[in-house]
Design a protein around this ligand. Structure first.
Ligand code: ZN
Length: 104
């Protein structure tokens, strides 16, 4: 069953209320400057899961978040490896892809 547009708008509104534009902007800037996504989210009073799931309603946000994660990632780690994900706590798109593949 397809979701009605009004229903989608309502959900989008809820997501905006939980994660306002000012918080989204602050999150991107701080991640891009090298702060860890977990630390920034804790500081802003949201969960990492909420920050990510917002991208389901807003694909542009998901892309911006991935760009910020790449920009701010630790240059000393080998990205796209389980080591960087597990021990480096890296959550850039490359490291997350390895983690996702390892689940299967
Ligand atoms: Zn990484």
């Amino acid at each position: 069953m397809r979701r009605r547009p009004s229903d989608r708008a309502y959900r989008r509104g809820l997501a905006d209320a939980c994660f306002p534009p000012a918080a989204r902007a602050a999150l991107l800037v701080r991640i891009a400057s090298g702060e860890h996504i977990s630390d920034v989210c804790a500081d802003l009073g949201i969960t990492v899961n909420r920050a990510r799931s917002y991208g389901r309603h807003a694909p542009a946000w998901a892309r911006a978040l991935d760009l910020a994660l790449r920009a701010g990632r630790d240059a000393d780690l080998v990205h796209g490896s389980a080591m960087a994900y597990r021990f480096g706590r890296c959550r850039c798109p490359d490291c997350r892809a390895v983690k996702a593949a390892a689940r299967h």
